[in-house]
Design a protein around this ligand. Structure first.
Ligand code: GRF
Length: 205
């Protein structure tokens, strides 16, 4: 399956997926067709280019409505004919117009064990709450915020001497592993969805 990746920032998750693909460790992925950013300054863009991946920048103009921006997004990626879109630190919430065009074919990585700590800065939300365990989640994207069916989750335990930064860094390390696994599972079609539950053909223990 062909895959497109959306980013807005550093792009370390995107790099992990592309690296695994280039090292032939991503079964089911035929091609990483593009990395698209909604920010020209996203450091991930250069990293994608350095790996030889096609990059696209599509900014939302101030006067543009979300609908119009999303119509432009769909048009920009249409020629690539990707089967899966991966949101890897993409900071825009996608609306129905876009989701309809990619129904059930968009996944997102979120740095908490959903449904806890949705939204931005989930790692700090969890840290400040005083959790013993947080982690990361890869889920299908639907019209709810961080609310679609969960594909994979990985717990990360907080240590007594963790700071917000060290906790965040250990979660990020796991995100890189989890996102690549999820991309491969979805591309291979190694799952079925029963209601909200994503049944994996090979149970991840
Ligand atoms: C990650 O923590 C991801 O879970 C969240 O945004 C961050 C992106 O980091 N959605 P990076 O750009 O992949 O380094």
């Amino acid at each position: 399956m062909k895959v497109g990746i959306f980013i807005s920032g550093t792009g370390t998750n995107m790099v992990a997926v592309c690296r695994n693909f280039l090292d032939r460790k991503l079964d089911g992925v035929e091609e990483i067709s593009f990395v698209l950013s909604d920010k020209r300054s996203a450091p991930g863009l250069e990293k994608a280019e350095a790996m030889g991946i096609k990059t696209i920048v599509l900014l939302k103009r101030k006067e543009q409505t979300r609908e119009d921006y999303e119509a432009e997004l769909l048009k920009a990626i249409e020629p690539y004919d990707v089967g899966l879109l991966v949101l890897a630190g993409f900071m825009k919430v996608l609306g129905n117009r876009f989701l309809e065009g990619f129904c059930g074919r968009i996944i997102n990585i979120h740095p908490s064990l959903l449904p806890s700590f949705k939204g931005v800065n989930a790692q700090s939300q969890a840290f400040e709450y005083g959790v013993k365990v947080s982690g990361c989640t890869v889920h299908f994207v639907d019209s709810t915020l961080d609310g679609g069916p969960i594909i994979l989750q990985q717990p990360v335990f907080r240590k007594n001497d963790d700071t917000d930064d060290t906790f965040r860094a250990r979660i990020l390390e796991q995100e890189h592993i989890l996102l690549s696994k999820a991309v491969s599972i979805v591309c291979k079609g190694d799952y079925k969805i029963c209601g909200r539950y994503v049944v994996l053909n090979q149970e991840e223990l």
